[in-house]
Design a protein around this ligand. Structure first.
Ligand code: COI
Length: 357
């Protein structure tokens, strides 16, 4: 693959939004990275160009068969002006695992990280610094071959766009209320549940709409076969502290192998807090909530960071957790993780990667 990234900078820089009005994924920076794939050239023509619309053939396979992958990671700017990424190599490793599942050709992970660093350096003024803000980075791949036969595309684009963001949830860092979904399912083992691909999110939207109408921010999915075991929330992995031990659903092929999830497990082990990856039945969780054994619940994700869960709604019952407040462990995890990510506390795990600007 050609290693030279062609760079075309914009002559019309956009006005930046105010840091307290960022929202999530609404504003985009001045530039984007893009490269193409075809069977004869492989991945080629890597370039950084002004942020712009794409021109695609209406027959492009992504529109018809959903062959697309995405990732999410964040960049932070420290008080000294350093730019930090959090475990970015894991995002590109996971991108390639998702690519593999969806029949998309692998991307050179080191080159993708290099390209990301280059585009961040160009748009570094877009990295917000107010508490709770960051630059959210969305690498993604789309199938662009214009053909309606159902087989893997022979042409793709890999693109990186970036968005200055605030909190993912309107609740901010306050506890969210989650609806446990009994009727719809998101994924099954052997399907595409552990790939970060659009179909999983499309499958979640109807249930999420219903949950929202009832006053819940997100849906908690149960396994697609028994409708019994806890999987994940639409945009987060989940953790429950029961009688002093923290449990999270084991990676079973149908849930996302979250990078924040993995970091939280490592942090809890570092603090000698018992943590188990296991199979968790919703009924047992509800009983734990009713008996008072369920001490805390929280979700983890790049976008959501750590989001305490104050209430679960299941089978027409409201299960209130930690009096609807942020629990001690959730708060400590949030402060520690965001402190490491922003470079305000030491990173004993070697998670941070600095971008030379
Ligand atoms: C993330 O946490 O980065 C996600 O991809 C979740 C969501 C915004 C789709």
């Amino acid at each position: 693959m050609a290693r030279t990234i062609e760079i075309q900078t914009t002559t019309k820089k956009k006005q930046k939004p105010l840091q307290h009005e960022l929202g999530f994924g609404i504003h985009f920076t001045d530039h984007m990275f893009i490269m193409d794939y075809n069977d004869s050239q492989g991945w080629h023509d890597p370039r950084i160009v002004p942020y712009q619309p794409l021109v695609l053939d209406p027959a492009a396979k992504v529109f018809h068969y959903g062959q697309t992958i995405f990732e999410g990671l964040k960049a932070y700017k420290t008080e000294e002006g350093k730019v930090l990424l959090f475990r970015p190599e894991r995002n590109f490793q996971r991108l390639n695992r998702s690519n593999e599942r969806l029949g998309v050709p692998a991307i050179d992970e080191e080159f993708a990280l290099e390209a990301l660093k280059r585009v961040i350096a160009i748009d570094q003024d877009w990295i917000p610094t107010a508490p709770g803000t960051s630059l959210y980075i969305r690498p993604f791949v789309i199938a662009t071959q214009p053909a309606l036969g159902v087989d893997a595309s022979t042409q793709y684009k890999f693109i990186i766009i970036m968005s200055p963001v605030g909190n993912y949830y309107a609740e901010g860092v306050n506890p969210v209320k989650i609806y446990v979904e009994n009727d719809y399912v998101r994924a099954v083992k052997g399907g595409i549940g552990e790939a970060k691909t659009a179909g999983n999110y499309a499958a979640s939207l109807k249930a999420q709409e219903i949950a929202k109408e009832k006053g819940y921010s997100q849906v908690l999915w149960l396994d697609g076969v028994h409708r019994k075991y806890i999987e994940e929330v639409g945009s987060m992995n989940v953790f429950f502290k029961i009688n002093g031990t923290v449990y999270t659903p084991a990676l079973n092929g149908s849930i996302l192998d979250g990078i924040t999830r993995n970091s939280i497990i490592q942090l809890l082990r570092h603090w000698d807090i018992p943590v188990e990856e296991s199979t968790i039945a919703i009924e047992d969780l509800a009983n734990a909530a009713k008996s008072g054994a369920l001490e805390e619940a929280f979700g983890t994700g790049t976008a959501a960071v750590i989001s305490p869960i104050g209430e679960l709604y299941w089978n027409e019952e409201k299960l209130v957790i930690a009096d609807g407040k942020t629990g001690d462990i959730s708060g400590k995890l949030y402060d520690t993780l965001t402190g490491i990510q922003r470079g305000t506390i030491p990173d004993p795990f070697g998670w941070l990667v600095e971008v030379n600007i």
